[in-house]
Ligand binder design. Structure first.
Ligand code: FES
Length: 100
């Protein structure tokens, strides 16, 4: 089982083992978290956007929905939609809202 770590402002806020194949939002829910998901996971709002700090290759391919919703600069800077990004291996993310 992969480990999902949420690190905001240099502190580890959440860390736990999650099932391989879950998207980040569902993995967060499995750890007792309540991720922001204004569109219910339909890739329409981007409130679930996360920054991948470590392990971007541990996530599934960027989906067509993600590439439509996120700006190209966000994709370059390793942002993903939590409702779309599938966890395949250990990954560290930040949920803080960052300004590009
Ligand atoms: S929950 Fe709306 S884009 Fe992910």
């Amino acid at each position: 089982m992969p480990t999902l770590t949420v690190r905001d402002q240099d502190d580890v806020n959440v860390k736990g083992r999650v099932s391989r194949g879950l998207n980040i939002c569902d993995a967060l829910k499995s750890l007792g978290q309540t991720p922001a998901m204004n569109c219910g996971g339909n890739a329409k709002c981007a409130t679930c956007k996360v920054l991948v700090l470590e392990g971007d290759k541990a996530l599934g391919e960027i989906t067509e929905k993600e590439s439509k919703r996120l700006k190209s600069i966000e994709l370059e800077k390793r942002y993903r939609l939590g409702c779309q990004a599938i966890i395949l291996d250990d990954v560290v993310i930040s949920q803080s809202q960052h300004t590009l």
